[in-house]
Each structure stands twice: as C-alpha cells, then as structure tokens.
Design a protein around this ligand. Structure first.
Ligand code: ATP
Length: 325
C-alpha cells in the first residue's frame, strides 16, 4: 500500500502540445490508485500564490487532443529565492500534498531539484518541451507535434519558393539545440541546416551558393533560432550581400510551433509518462524525471537530466548533407 494520499500536478516553463495529455494521465492514474489530485495553476507561481484546484476524472475529459495546458504555465522568478520556495512549501503542506508531478523543461527540473534538497515533499518530473533538449530521454512531450507543424509550414514555403526560384531562410525554434532544425530539415529536404551545435554548416552553404549549382531552383535553409551566427534575419542579410544573384526571403515560424493539437506520438508518450510519474511517486521516488529510452520508461535523477548535455545526432547531419547534394 502506498502512503501517498494526495498529489499535485503542474505545468511550468514553455508550453508544449501534449501537456494536457500528461495532466490527464497523471490525474486518472492517481484516481485509479485512490490518490486525490490537486492541479497547481501557472507553474511555481501557483505554489506560491495558492492557485490550487482539485482535479477529478471529468475535469480532464476532452483535453487529450488540445494544445496548450489547462493548468496554464508561467516563468516564476520568486521560486528562485529561498523565501519563495519556503512559501511554496508551507502552501503545499497546508493542502497535505504527499508529492508533486512537475511537467516542464530543465529550468523546471532545476527548481524541483533545489526544492527537494531543502524540503520533504517529493517531486517527480515529466519532460515537456518542444526543444527535445533534455538528457536522459529520447523524446520530450511536444517535440513531435512541433516537428510536424514545421514540416507542414516548410512544405508550403517550398511551393512558393519553387514557383519563383527563391531561397528561403526559415527560422525554427531551438534556442540552444538543433533538434527541431535537423529533423525538419531532413523531412523537408532542406538544402542546408544551420544549428547552434556545429560551425561547418554555414561554410557548406557558402560553398553551395558559390558554385551557383542551385541558382535556378528553390532552396530551403533551416536555421535554429539560437545559432551563433544569429537567427534567420542576420544570416539571410549576410548571404544577400554576398550573393546578390539569389532571390532570398525570410520566414520566422515563431510561436505557431508551440500550438496545435498534439500528434498521436506525443499523446501516447504523454500518457505513458504521466502514468509512470504517479507510479514513481508511489514507489517513493523523488528528485527524478521519468523518461523514454529505446521505447522503455526509465527513471533519471534530476541531477543528471539537468547537468548532462544531450547532443544532436551527428549522423543525421551527415545524412541530411548527402541527401540534399
Ligand atoms: P523550456 O525548456 O520550455 O523553456 P523550462 O522548464 O526550462 O522550459 P524555465 O523558464 O527555464 O523553463 O524554468 C521554469 C521555471 O522553473 C522558472 O520560471 C522558475 O520558476 C523555475 N526555475 C528555473 N531555474 C530555477 C532555479 N535555479 N531555482 C529555482 N527555480 C528555478
């Protein structure tokens, strides 16, 4: 018998499609095990300002297909202070929470880890971020949906680029990581993929343009927003000056990448992770993320998930280069 009687669930940091599916899975798994559930609204702000709502099975009906998060999310500076976390602890104690499932990215896990070093309410994490940049899990909730959104958008850009023999620099999300850029680049047959992790790609693009080989054709260059050279605007303007004979345009996909109905893959992953997060709390886990590795559920300490760097798959870059040549 688990000693867990009541848990909280919260979404924090950047929103990602599939967070609702995770909230639903946490709620229904807990209720199945006779555990009460409290929804904590607006990330860590909700802990500090007591934004608590009980969640029953019917409260999570009809949300598996919805983007965003019914609990809303926030970036909360106060939780970074000792006073903020103390206030949060007092409030969680007041409603008798025996554990909390936090759904978010590495910032969310950093806060949870610090809290678990200071206080005795266990936190378990579910990776939810479109960037897929969390160590210890092959996929994060929202990544697959964002990828599909990007592919759909770039296909449309390709149509108009082809019609006019234009080159488009398309900026995708990924402040510090090129996961979305690489996969979407391969899936759309991009001529170049520029990501923060490597320096060679800009040189290769230079060589391609220099050769004039693709001057009378459409060209798609996918640029991760966090690239060191600057985003799509900076890069495109540089190339415009260097190669005036190319008709260069820019599209920044921006926040549309965060929205939309989650893909089947994200819904299933979120359901598995939500289920496993409640089981982890019942098994007395704390300061731990549930992740997916090789299609198996794994437990990864926050310490590792935060500290260790998840590298992009370099083979994918090589494949992209060969296939676009
Ligand atoms: P995403 O990857 O989508 O941006 P994230 O979880 O990394 O998601 P952040 O804004 O970095 O998003 O972090 C979410 C929240 O976690 C912060 O607003 C803050 O409340 C808390 N947090 C982040 N870092 C710390 C920290 N060092 N100490 C305490 N709390 C933190």
């Amino acid at each position: 018998m688990t000693k867990i009687k009541k848990i909280g669930v919260m979404t924090s940091g950047g929103d990602a499609p599939g967070m609702n599916a995770a909230i639903r899975a946490v709620t229904r798994t807990a209720i199945y095990n006779n555990i009460e559930v409290i929804g904590i609204r607006e990330g860590y702000t909700g802990m500090i300002e007591k934004l608590f709502t009980p969640l029953w099975s019917h409260d999570v009906s009809d949300i598996i297909q919805r983007g965003g998060t019914i609990l809303k999310t926030a970036r909360c500076m106060e939780f970074k202070t000792n006073e903020g976390r103390e206030k949060a602890y007092r409030n969680l104690k007041e409603v008798n929470l025996d554990g909390v499932v936090v759904i978010g990215g590495d910032g969310t896990f950093t806060g949870a880890r610090i809290f678990n070093e200071e206080y005795d309410i266990p936190f378990v994490g579910i990776p939810g971020t479109i960037d897929n940049d969390i160590y210890g899990t092959d996929y994060t909730i929202g990544y697959d949906t964002a990828l599909n959104t990007v592919v759909e958008a770039v296909d449309k850009i390709r149509d108009t680029a082809s019609a006019h023999n234009r080159m488009f620099f398309v900026e995708v999300m990924g402040a510090e990581a090129g996961f979305i850029a690489i996969r979407s680049g391969i899936a759309t047959g991009a001529e170049a993929i520029i990501i923060p992790e490597t320096r060679d790609e800009v040189k290769k693009l230079n060589a391609l343009m220099e050769s004039g080989r693709r001057q009378r054709a459409s060209n798609i260059v996918i640029v991760a927003e966090g690239d060191e050279e600057g985003g799509a605007f900076v890069l495109a303007n540089k190339f415009k000056k260097l190669y005036p004979s190319y008709d260069i345009r820019i599209t920044v996909l921006g926040h549309l990448q965060r929205g939309g109905s989650p893909s089947a893959f994200d819904r299933v992953s979120a359901s598995r992770l939500g289920f496993s997060a409640v089981e982890a709390l019942m098994d007395d886990q704390k300061s731990t993320m549930v992740g997916i590795q090789n299609n198996e559920i794994v437990l990864v300490p926050f310490r590792k998930a935060i500290k260790l760097h998840k590298d992009v798959n370099r083979d994918m870059l090589a494949i992209a280069e060969i296939l676009s040549s």
